[in-house]
Design a protein around this ligand. Structure first.
Ligand SMILES: Cc1cc2nc3c(=O)[nH]c(=O)nc-3n(C[C@H](O)[C@H](O)[C@H](O)COP(=O)(O)O)c2cc1C
Length: 352
């Protein structure tokens, strides 16, 4: 394989994905990269219609486009090129180009999720201006920020409803804990899922977290309000931010989630360029997406009510009623995270 394409793919897979599931594989020929979904990587309640994966694919392809510019290529993108094969996400043809490399290139290896509490002081006007100006070709996804303390707190509270549901619903609880890698050795071996140290739990919470792995223990602990305590603790961390933001799209379509992912990646790389940190707070949004499309019995009536009410309130706070909120995240000032997540090797087939 062309050495430059190999390097582009090495950078592409540093993109974020829900639960670090990395739902992608590639087929490469001379100057062409085909991106395919791996649907079984995320069949969870958090990826209705594979939308969380569609968003991750957007981030992945944005990395490809940015990296290609560094190696002297313009990347021509065809999205969902085969209507009979929805797993075929994108075809990218690389054409020699003398345009300047995208300056976000050097940040692809820097970007990561930081789940530590950040400073609460609002982002500066300059920082907000730079972040608000982030754009990508097509403009099919948009973003907005709030910096008011009351808004950040309310949004943090609503984002943390996801954790309450996880600790009160056996299926989600099992899904979440199945994705935790407890040691570095396990994380290196599996290379998908959350490495415990990236969750930034303080020492007492780390002990409780191991107990909380057992559903029988959780059922008992919930009698004394454990799930609500977890949600409250997370809410306090989520509120530690200089700004809370959303990426919105016109509707729940797969292409729009892909564009949300492209924009999200450009934003996240720009956040890194400013020396700031970012954490998505997206679980509650993806549960709401599921509930907008499925009327199953997986969530209780109480949880459904909370998730849908919160989603509406998030739309109101950002003034984006009628739009789909594809992503929510907090941004702020903090040092480096305690640990980074692993990646699987590039999954690529060469074609003549
Ligand atoms: C669609 C999507 C949803 C995500 N939701 C969350 C979330 O709710 N909370 C969180 O801490 N991280 C979330 N993440 C971040 C991933 O967990 C993270 O990207 C992945 O573990 C890889 O780690 P990295 O970003 O440090 O490379 C999300 C990422 C994507 C693409």
């Amino acid at each position: 394989m062309n050495e430059k394409i190999r390097k582009i793919l090495d950078l592409a897979i540093l993109a974020p994905s829900g639960e670090n599931c990395q739902p992608w594989r590639f087929v490469v020929s001379a100057d062409k990269i085909k991106v395919f979904n791996i649907p079984e990587r995320d069949n969870s309640l958090y990826s209705w219609g594979q939308r969380a994966s569609n968003l991750a694919h957007g981030a992945l392809v944005e990395n490809i486009i940015i990296a290609a510019s560094n190696f002297g290529y313009q990347a021509d993108l065809k999205l969902f090129p085969d209507s009979t094969n929805l797993g075929f996400v994108a075809e990218i043809v690389l054409k020699p180009d003398s345009a300047r490399p995208d300056e976000l290139y050097r940040l692809i290896t820097e970007r990561c999720t930081n789940r530590k509490p950040y400073k609460r002081s609002p982002l500066s006007k300059d920082q907000l201006m730079i972040l608000s100006a982030v754009d990508f070709e097509g403009n099919r996804a948009r973003h907005k920020f709030v910096v008011e303390e009351t808004d950040k707190k309310e949004l943090a509270n609503m984002a943390s409803a996801n954790e309450r549901v996880i600790f009160e619903n056996q299926r989600l609880h099992s899904f979440f804990f199945n994705h935790v890698n407890w040691t570095k050795t396990e994380d290196d071996r599996k290379s998908v899922g959350f490495y415990l140290e990236t969750l930034e739990l303080p020492p007492p919470a780390k002990v409780m977290f191991k107990v909380a792995k057992k559903w029988s223990a959780i059922r008992f602990l919930n009698k004394i309000g454990f799930s609500k305590m977890i949600a409250k603790a997370n809410s306090q961390i989520y509120a530690c931010a200089g700004a809370t933001g959303v990426v919105t799209i016109d509707d729940d379509g797969k292409e729009n989630y892909f564009f949300a992912g492209r924009l999200m990646q450009r934003l996240w790389l720009t956040v890194s360029s400013l020396g700031l940190s970012l954490q998505p707070m997206a679980g509650a949004l993806f549960l709401a997406l599921h509930l907008r499309h499925e009327d199953d019995k997986i969530l209780s009536a109480l949880h459904k009510g909370v998730v849908l009410h919160n989603y509406q309130r998030i739309q109101e706070i950002f003034g984006v009623q009628g739009k789909t909120v594809a992503m929510m995240f907090r941004i702020g000032e903090d040092g480096q995270p305690s640990a980074r997540s692993s990646r699987l090797p590039v999954n690529v087939i060469e074609e003549n």
